[in-house]
Design a protein around this ligand. Sequence first.
Ligand code: FCB
Length: 465
Amino acid sequence: MSATAPRPTEGGQEATAEPFVPPPGFRFGVATAAYQIEGSTLADGRGESIWDRFAHTPGKTVNGDTGDVACDHYKRWRADVELMDTLHVESYRFSIAWPRILPTGAGTVNQRGLDFYKRLAEGLRERGIEPVATLYHWDLPQALQNGGGWAARDTVERFAEYARIVGAELGDVVGSWITQNEPWCTAFLGNAIGKKAPGLHDWPTALAVSHHLLLSHGRATEALRTVLPAGSEIGIALNLFPILPAVDDEAHREAAVVRDGYVNRWFLDPVFRGAYPQDMVELYERETGPFDCVQDGDLATISTPTDFLGVNYYNPMRVEPSDEGPLHVRDAESVGPVTGMGWEIDPAGLRQILARVRAEYTSLPVMITENGSAFEDPEPADGVLEDPERRAYLAGHLAAVGEALADGSDVRRYFVWSLLDNYEWEDGYGQRFGIVHVDFETQARTPKASALFYKDYIDRARKGA
Ligand code: FCB
């Protein structure tokens, strides 16, 4: 264990708790995504994405907020990299906007788009920060959506081609690659529930989308392997949730099994076992029609070996059955404190999820590719912003990472969501997840107390290691 003595700082107990000892190769990071921070949506030949279209459709987002400007990171990236450096961040997970590289999803490559990410990755390297790139964080080129989007099998091949192009260009500077981010959100929140782009309400479409996203992960992995240098790492980022029956009776337990099938097993099973969960296939076929988009060989492609699993963890889900039938398991009341999103705060859930992944699915290395919280912050005063709840959330979840390591999970990265307050999708700019405050009028950045806590935590972890 580290010999670093707890320091009497201004924070509560959580701020001085001894950091875990980072294993060799472990890095502390921060994460963002292209549409949430970049802005400059028309710059340098970028094409339209489904999020441009969705955000500009009246009624789809809070206040009609769009990512047109966001954090203006496309122009301010150098200062943002410098900011990460001052916070002693060791790794940066960002996403590449497909419509910057291939404005219509296919065809002519837009070199200016590639150059932006190349400069960013090199700028990170110059400061000793590791770049980790996500290929798809929800911004499908609108032209591909016009041809059916992810429900069309052809989009899978377009994605593999995009992956090959980006990998060939950036493979010498970016060593870690994430194919898909949270395919559950893309597929179901985007196509069955309609809360996210492209805003559809169609279960058969959502199921086809989910299959094609998984297939695209496999195909992109294969494509990347042909162009990346040996030693590069590839994985998928899944959002995983502990599922808790609100009441311990049979109906609630059944609802929990279905919710678990819907959000967790539908993705973990094909990736790590090469099969969709049979109970869910039967449920979907009964409730929504044939699940007939799976072709011979697809599951072998989806379960192609990768190098790590990305886990996005925010909260557990408490569930109850609904009168509308098994497809419509409902969210039950949270227990205990929640974040600004209404998400229940439970650091132990992170440890549980990692234990489950290890016990039931894989011993692959894990990256915590997202973890964080939104709270209503005060305005910064004299360059200071106290955000004790976010800091406590961070401290609690870092402690859970330490426990997961002690349990035997091979955790290699921890990325805070997010570096900056940013465009929180359909919730617009109202939900602030940043450890750095952004004034969206002036674009001024102010590190919050949680950012200073994180910096101090990293420093203490490194001293103790
Ligand atoms: C995740 C997304 C990320 C961000 C956080 C709060 O689902 O991957 O872009 O919106 O939630």
